[in-house]
Design a protein around this ligand. Structure first.
Ligand SMILES: Cc1cc2nc3c(=O)[nH]c(=O)nc-3n(C[C@H](O)[C@H](O)[C@H](O)COP(=O)(O)OP(=O)(O)OC[C@H]3O[C@@H](n4cnc5c(N)ncnc54)[C@H](O)[C@@H]3O)c2cc1C
Length: 366
């Protein structure tokens, strides 16, 4: 078996490490000149969105022997609407670093992979498919899946973000649903530490949102966040992404080509989380090649999660500021606290995505 993995990111390297443990030695092709050569970004892995796993990163370590060190425990998420703030508390997940940083998730994976990475690769999928018996597409976007007519686009999004300096509670993530600066989308802050954080706005590209002035919305968010946090944040780095594709592949595997990570459709449309699913798809593709479990079978639940998450996204987009105020105000109550406790308990397999998609279904607008 000759395996080529296109992309040395989360899914590609997770796949490579899993194969290597079974003495299958893939070749990893990376188009950049090093692993993680992109903007530095704070991201998060949320346990409560990934039931039945109580601790996603521990699960990956115990089950597959791949280690990830996050930076901070997240024990509170504040949700802000135009006029209200609500929160959920508990062992919610972990924040982590991505990009060109020595402790980024992709760097941590690179250190665990002993095999070959060919940097500055310009090989196309077609060229690799001729030379190798198996090809894993792990390029971090839907472009190849679309080109191979194997992808359904759910939406595309515009993202603008920055690294900021200030004073932060590094166990707290805040999310804003506010049509003024994130029309039909959301904005958030994830701290790297008590002195540095990442702030981002993300909203879907529709005719009405594309007409809005991105710089105006960014300034409005920046002012709002400084106001809410009662401090002036110093911007030290910036990034902007246009037409970020969120969608799902039609088939996770075609002949001996595997679609993993964002090529598979790892990003959940509701809030943009994709790391855990990217890691899982990389591992699952390797398990299929090893002959342990079928990739199509293992990814069924991930496709179902994507569909539930898309429904939540569409429902959220249709809520007015008043409806968002109502929802968020009601987060701080005993029922929500009980629900979060139930999700945390070891015994339950309560599926938050499924539940939320059911509750929000009446708001769903095609
Ligand atoms: C701003 C932002 C914030 C996010 N926040 C979160 C979050 O908080 N939590 C969360 O869970 N998820 C988050 N995500 C999503 C998450 O980052 C992705 O789902 C995940 O990184 C995808 O992993 P991957 O393996 O598919 O791609 P990546 O990890 O991006 O790796 C792709 C690799 O392929 C390489 N490559 C590209 N083209 C080629 C080619 N032609 N040949 C060879 N190599 C190639 C790239 O250089 C890169 O190294 C966020 C995404 C963005 C953009």
């Amino acid at each position: 078996m000759k395996v080529a993995i296109m992309g040395a990111g989360l899914s590609g390297l997770s796949c490579a490490i899993t194969l290597e443990k079974q003495r299958i030695h893939p070749v990893v092709f990376e188009k950049r000149n090093r692993v993680g050569d992109r903007f530095v970004n704070a991201e998060a892995v949320f346990n409560i969105l990934n039931k039945p796993y109580n601790n996603c990163l521990e699960y990956i370590k115990n089950e597959y022997g791949i280690e990830f060190k996050g930076i901070n425990d997240i024990n509170r998420v504040n949700f802000h609407s135009k006029n209200e703030v609500g929160s959920i508390k508990g062992n919610l997940g972990k924040s982590n670093i991505r990009g060109r940083q020595k402790d980024s998730f992709e760097e941590q994976l690179r250190k665990q992979y002993k095999g070959e990475i060919i940097y500055n690769s310009q090989y196309s999928y077609e060229e690799l498919a001729k030379e190798f018996t198996h090809v894993v597409l792990a390029t971090g976007d839907g472009a190849y899946s679309i080109k191979l007519n194997n992808y359904t686009i759910g939406l595309t999004a515009t993202l603008k973000g920055a690294t900021v300096e200030g004073n932060f509670d590094d166990n707290l993530i805040s999310i804003w649903f506010n049509h003024e600066f994130a029309p039909k989308g959301y904005a958030y802050i994830i701290p790297y530490s008590d002195k540095e954080a990442n702030i981002v706005i993300s909203y879907p590209d529709y005719t009405e949102t594309k007409e809005r002035d991105l710089n105006y919305m960014w300034n409005s968010f920046y002012n709002k966040i400084c106001n809410d946090m009662k401090q002036s944040l110093k911007i030290t780095d910036r990034f902007e992404i246009t037409r970020y594709i969120i969608g799902i592949c039609k088939r996770p595997k075609i002949d001996n080509t595997y679609f993993v990570g964002n090529c598979f459709g790892a990003i959940s449309p509701a809030l943009g989380f994709g790391q855990f699913t990217s890691i899982l798809t990389g591992i699952y593709a390797a398990e299929d090649m090893i002959g342990l479990k079928k990739y199509e079978e293992q990814t069924k639940v991930l496709i179902e999660n994507y569909n539930n998450s898309l429904l939540i996204r569409k429902a959220l987009e249709s809520l007015s500021d008043n409806q968002l105020d109502f929802m968020i105000k009601n987060l701080d109550n005993k029922i929500t606290d009980k629900l979060i406790d139930k999700i945390h308990s070891d015994e339950t397999e309560f599926d938050l995505l499924k539940w939320a998609s059911y509750v929000l279904k009446p708001f769903y607008v095609v």
